[in-house]
Design a protein around this ligand. Structure first.
Ligand code: BGC
Length: 371
């Protein structure tokens, strides 16, 4: 049993849902954090998982509004995407700064502040969430078809490229969690049917997406596993907390199979203190424990028959709430490199609090453990 009273945990679930809804922009976008200077943007990655939590919690309208915002953002760039895809198809070198950004202004603009923008995972994740949400709530998909087609074309053309990872670092590598997000999105689209029972992609696009899925699966199998576990990037040996998504919910590898088991053990053994580090050697705010990853570990534990551990994660997250019930991005009790905290505080202020993604993952874990 959790040490926090169930009623307190439920109160935090309710206030998290209210906080997310209150901060959703009229456009449908979710800001990463309402009051942290560089997080007044909507990331496809954060937003998709926030929408996923809202969908699971039956806040259907909120999830719909975010997903429609994603579709509008992508539809507005359909010409740019087909141009990039056509140029790549002719063998032209496309530079990273020509690619789509990872975050958008709340009204759907590219924004003009520099950022580590070329990240592919969000384009897979939004597709995965869209398919899960529409299936869960019987929502129509027709209006999304152009944005789905553009996203698939983009991922088929560029999904195996090196780019910044979930943490907006190491653009020189191909990251397993990124490849996993791309795979999850493409697989979900290929399996989905529209409200008339028809496939979502035309035959040619479906063939290209199927070939990409096979190629990405082969890439992960040959370069994304070391000593039986998934690795942070292709050809590496270290693990990263983001790998948990490849187990639950993306099921890029069988969540009950040996690779998932070794990955879980490795992440737990290396990265878990009270909460979960992103990776060993992290220096962002000294490299503390991240709430989203602690929820992720618990989510996977709940799905794989470890309910006591999952409840422990839920409890730990709740214990990190501020007196106002706000959940931060990370906490610094077991910081790996405290000497870096002052540098980041001087640059961007205190750790982002509330982080909507932290609240969303808390909700997802709470629902998963049946709170
Ligand atoms: C994290 C990203 C996240 C962004 C906005 C960054 O610090 O590394 O994963 O998308 O913040 O929350």
């Amino acid at each position: 049993m959790p040490t926090a009273a169930r009623s307190d945990l439920r109160t935090l679930v309710e206030s998290s849902l209210t906080l997310i809804e209150a901060n959703q922009h009229p456009s449908g976008a979710y800001p990463a954090s309402p009051n942290y200077p560089v997080y007044q943007y909507s990331w496809l990655r954060d937003g998709a998982f926030i929408a996923d939590a809202m969908s699971r919690a039956d806040r259907v309208d909120s999830a719909d509004r975010f997903l429609r915002w994603c579709a509008a953002v992508i539809d507005a760039r359909a010409g740019r995407i087909s141009d990039l895809v056509a140029r790549a198809g002719c063998g032209e070198e496309i530079s990273a700064d020509e690619m789509l950004p990872t975050r958008y202004t709340l009204d759907g603009g590219d924004g003009d502040e520099p950022w580590w923008n070329f990240q592919l995972d969000g384009y897979g994740t939004w597709l995965w969430v869209l398919m899960a949400h529409t299936a869960r709530h019987g929502r129509p998909l027709d209006a999304y078809c152009p944005a789905i087609a553009s996203s698939v074309d983009y991922l088929v053309a560029f999904g195996d490229r090196p780019c910044y990872d979930w943490w907006e670092e190491h653009a020189e590598h191909r990251h397993v969690a990124t490849v996993g997000s791309v795979l999850a999105g493409l697989r979900a689209v290929l399996h989905a049917r529209n409200e008339h029972g028809k496939p979502l992609l035309d035959a040619e696009r479906a063939r290209a997406a199927t070939a990409s899925v096979s190629a990405l699966e082969a890439l992960l199998a040959s370069e994304g596993i070391a000593e039986g576990h998934l690795t942070k990037w292709l050809g590496g040996t270290a693990v990263d907390g983001s790998l948990l998504a490849c187990l639950t919910p993306f099921e890029v590898v069988d969540p009950h199979g040996p690779v998932a088991q070794r990955t879980y053990q490795q992440v737990r053994g290396e990265l878990l203190r009270g909460g979960v580090y992103r990776y060993l050697g992290d220096t962002f705010y000294g490299g503390g424990e991240w709430l989203i990853l602690t929820a992720w570990l618990g989510w996977h534990e709940a799905r794989t028959g470890r309910p006591e551990e999952a409840l422990r994660r839920l409890d730990w997250i709740a214990a990190q709430a501020t007196p106002d019930g706000h959940l931060p991005e990370q906490v610094s009790g077991n910081t790996q490199h405290p000497e870096y905290i002052a540098e980041w505080t001087g640059r961007w202020g205190r750790v982002a609090t509330p982080l909507l993604w932290s609240h969303a993952m808390f909700v997802t874990l709470a629902l998963e453990v049946g709170l």
